[in-house]
Each structure stands twice: as structure tokens, then as C-alpha cells.
Design a protein around this ligand. Structure first.
Ligand code: TYC
Length: 100
């Protein structure tokens, strides 16, 4: 039923394949300002300041960290946006994607 008390007839549905997922990662470097990385995480990955700071510090201390998990097309768009933004600001920040 649908919770409304009415009878709802359902049929088995041919299930389509789930899309492959990709992890988008930021890489540490010695030159990109911490504040710039926080801004990138807020702007392109919709993180609040607290989460953005946590991810940035994780990358700073561990060399790499996850920004999010997306379908291929979205992940590719994020990587391109971040790389273009970093280059425009003349920072060496690297953003990559990997299959989950
Ligand atoms: N290591 C940089 C610094 O000390 C900060 C930084 C953090 C750079 C994360 C890149 O993905 C990065 N200014």
C-alpha cells in the first residue's frame, strides 16, 4: 500500500544498473594557503566552514583527503572546476578523482 489506506498495485520493475562512483581527492602541497583550500571546499563541495577546515587539516597532515563521492560526470566537473580555480589564482593545488 502507499500508507493512505488505498490499494496500490505494483509490478516487479526491471532494475537499471547503479552508476559507478568516484572519490574526489585533494592533494597536499607546501604553497597553497590553508584559507584558499577551505574556500575551495566551501565553494565547490558545499561544505560548511567547520567541515571544510576539518578536511583541509586532514589533507595537510595526511597528504590526501576526500572531498566527496560522485558519479563520473559530476566528479570530473568538480576536478576541472577546482583545477581551473587554483590555476587562475596561481596556486599549485591538485584535485584528482579515483574509482571507488
Ligand atoms: N600544506 C598547505 C600549507 O601549509 C595547506 C594545504 C592544505 C595545501 C591542503 C593543499 O590540499 C591542501 N599552506
Amino acid at each position: 500500500g502507499d500508507g493512505s489506506g488505498t490499494a496500490v498495485v505494483t509490478r516487479p520493475k526491471a532494475k537499471t544498473k547503479k552508476p559507478s562512483l568516484y572519490r574526489v581527492l585533494l592533494l597536499n602541497d607546501d604553497y597553497t594557503p590553508m584559507e584558499f583550500v577551505i574556500h575551495v571546499l566551501e565553494r565547490f563541495f558545499n561544505k560548511n566552514r567547520e567541515d571544510a577546515t576539518r578536511v583541509m587539516l586532514h589533507v595537510h597532515h595526511n597528504g590526501v583527503g576526500e572531498c566527496g563521492i560522485f558519479t563520473y560526470e559530476v566528479a570530473e566537473t568538480k576536478v576541472t572546476q577546482v583545477m581551473d580555480f587554483a590555476r587562475r589564482h596561481q596556486h599549485p593545488l591538485q584535485c584528482v578523482m579515483e574509482k571507488k
